[in-house]
Design a protein around this ligand. Structure first.
Ligand SMILES: [Zn+2]
Length: 387
């Protein structure tokens, strides 16, 4: 912070402390007004000599907290926190709270600030305690709950996060059951990693009960069924994505195909892809269907399908597939040419792959349910299905 900034901020403090008033009457009360101005000038001197630390110490010490200066103390603390000078912010807010003259409102406002200082300093336990207290005060409830939610998400305390989102929905009137579902999915993933499949199933059931559009729960549920050899149920779970959000069906196209193969149901596989492609279209489905045709009827039939598809909807993914199919048959010099071409197409295709956040534009190679860019749930979708 430069000296000029701080000077402006401190002017109201000086006024409120009565120094300015005293100065106007200096002639009459010369002897009584010396105390504060001298401290003020001492502080100013430190400021001008670029020793803000010492300046602040002095200002805080001499400026009494009263109803006129509380706002300024709060503003000063807030400013320090925003600039990353958290320790100073904490000192100012703690100093404020220690004053017995604060009224109830001012005290909770100062506690809210202090909680945010703690949060920024990574002192989550202390911040949590303050926000829990503030969540009970109506005027601060919504903000405190939002901040609690941030802590619990960061600390991966999903059960606490669930209860906070539900309280927040009651306070703010905004329904975030999609978030509740994601938190249950997080719990299910932990169960899954520990191979506790029945617990994972129960958490996924709760996820879908909270939000029946939760694609993530359907994917995981299918994965558990497949792992336990129940391929019919697995396919059923994955297929539910068609009704939930069609953009994600491509995520499980390969898994659905594998499921049918495990069941030795080539006919079912063929019919499923033929039908859903007709119904929904989509790049991943078309590519998966090309593989199905290729293994069932041979490379030529797959090639024919891709060419027809490309005529209707020219795209770089189909072109790449076409080259792949031709490489299977090509020999010698034709093969060399095709490989060269494929290298170029793959580079082009790279720009049309991966995942993107609809909110902040974040791009990544894997699917994140929580955007690392903007920290929102459910905003990232596969790029190739959105073009
Ligand atoms: Zn984002």
């Amino acid at each position: 912070m430069n000296a000029a900034d701080l000077l402006w901020l401190l002017l109201p403090l000086a006024a409120a402390s009565g120094w300015l008033a005293a100065r106007f009457e200096q002639k009459r009360h010369a002897r009584h007004s010396l105390d504060l101005p001298s401290a003020y000038f001492k502080g100013l001197n430190f400021l001008l000599n670029e020793q803000p630390d010492k300046a602040i110490e002095i200002f805080i010490r001499v400026l009494e907290v009263n109803s006129d200066t509380v706002e300024t103390h709060l503003a000063l603390g807030n400013l320090f926190r925003r600039r990353g000078e958290v320790e100073r912010a904490i000192r100012i807010h703690q100093n404020l709270i220690a004053r017995p003259t604060l009224d109830k409102d001012q005290r909770s406002q100062a506690l809210m600030e202090l909680g945010q200082d703690y949060l920024k300093a990574g002192l989550f336990d202390r911040a949590e305690n303050l926000f829990l207290e503030l969540a009970e005060i109506r005027a601060h409830s919504e903000q405190a709950l939002k901040l609690l939610l941030r802590i619990y998400q960061q600390e991966k305390e999903w059960e606490k996060a669930i209860s906070v989102v539900r309280k927040l929905a009651r306070v703010s009137g905004k329904n975030r059951s999609d978030m509740v579902a994601h938190f249950y999915c997080e719990l299910a993933e932990l169960d899954y990693a520990r191979k506790n499949y029945s617990a994972a199933r129960e958490h996924l059931r709760q996820a879908l009960a909270a939000d029946d559009k939760c694609v993530r729960a359907s994917i995981l549920l299918g994965d558990i069924d497949a792992r336990e050899g129940r391929y019919r149920q697995a396919i059923e779970s994955w297929r539910r994505i068609e009704e939930q959000d069609i953009h994600y069906l491509g995520e499980v196209a390969g898994r659905i195909a594998d499921g049918f193969r495990h069941l030795d149901d080539e006919q079912g596989l063929y019919e499923y892809f033929q039908l859903s492609l007709k119904r929904h279209g989509g790049v991943s489905l078309a590519l998966a269907f090309a593989d199905v045709i290729s293994s069932r009827e041979g490379v030529d039939a797959a090639e024919k399908f891709i060419v027809e598809w490309l005529r209707r909807a020219p795209n770089v993914h189909g072109l790449n597939k076409l080259l792949e199919l031709n490489l299977v048959k090509a020999r010698d010099s034709a093969r060399t040419d095709l490989l060269l071409l494929k290298g170029i197409i793959e580079e082009l295709r790279g720009q049309h792959l991966g995942y993107a956040c609809a909110q902040c534009g974040f791009r990544g190679k894997s699917l994140h349910w929580l955007c690392p860019g903007c920290n929102r749930w459910n905003t990232i979708k596969p790029v190739q299905e959105n073009e």
